[in-house]
Design a protein around this ligand. Structure first.
Ligand code: CIR
Length: 260
């Protein structure tokens, strides 16, 4: 399979309200804004070292989770799809991305997921021309159907994946090109991924199932040595970035950017 190359990456600066982001792990405590900012800057520097143009958007104080831009759009080679985020407090984040997307895609190639369909970009995993879409608490059947009919118009393909244990599909499974896929928990034995070269992520490092591939380099969250070693053993260059503050509100490396 031919490797994709990313030219552009969109990120949004964390807001001071990040401490109020949605979380399923309140026991981890609230994110610290100053530390989150430093980690975000390190993330941007890691991206920049992968030969891409990074577009840095201003913070949106009204939206505590708005640094997680991955959820509000899916950017493909052929079209951009503005999602309809399933969490009410996040839904209007899309209004602040459309004008940015318009700088990169003609208007007739910008598509929209519409209510009652809901879909979060974190539930969409791209493998070449095929998009795996997780049916989750955020992404419903109607959202998946709309997404697949949009893909079909552009000769792209989609298929649904059920998930029960994690927030988003890419919380637990991520494709790092060359047929290599990081799988954790409920995804390890799923039939639809049986033909990939699976990198099994053990439960004690499950957060590191969320790594991102950028033009040959894999960015890995800091503090997960077993996963890092397995990825390095496959010959990838790796960079680690500390994401402790984002983890406190269920965010990982992929959620923090739109790569296209
Ligand atoms: C949320 O619950 O929406 C945020 N606190 C975390 C979003 C993480 N996004 C992702 O996995 N794509």
């Amino acid at each position: 399979m031919e490797d994709v190359m990313f030219k552009n990456i969109i990120v949004r600066k964390p807001s001071k309200t990040i401490c109020k982001g949605i979380t399923s792990s309140p026991e981890l405590g609230q994110p610290n804004y100053e530390i989150a900012l430093k980690q975000h800057l390190a993330y941007i520097n890691a991206l920049k070292s992968c030969d891409v143009n990074v577009i840095e958007l201003e913070a949106l104080e009204e939206f505590p989770d708005s640094c997680f831009v991955e959820d509000i759009a899916v950017l493909t080679k052929e079209c951009a799809i503005i999602t309809n985020p399933g969490a009410l407090s996040r839904n209007k984040e899309i209004e602040y991305i459309i004008n940015v997307i318009e700088q990169f895609y003609p208007k007739n190639k910008i598509e929209y997921i519409k209510s009652p369909g809901t879909l979060d970009g974190g539930d969409v995993m791209m493998v070449g021309n095929h998009f795996y879409i997780g049916k989750s608490d955020r992404t419903n059947k109607e959202g998946i159907n709309q997404f697949i009919s949009i893909l079909t118009k552009y000769n792209l393909f989609g298929s649904e994946v059920t998930l029960n244990e994690v927030l988003h599909l890419k919380t637990g499974i991520n494709y790092i090109e060359n047929n290599n896929i990081l799988v954790s928990g409920e995804f390890i034995d799923k039939n639809e991924f049986k033909n990939f070269n699976k990198i099994i992520v053990q439960d004690n490092e499950s957060y590191a199932a969320n790594c991102i591939w950028i033009n040959g380099t894999v960015i890995i969250p800091f503090g997960y040595p077993q996963v890092q070693k397995k990825i390095q053993n496959l010959g990838y260059k790796t960079i680690t970035v500390d994401t402790s503050e984002f983890k406190k509100i269920d965010g990982g490396l992929s959620c923090l950017s739109l790569r296209f």
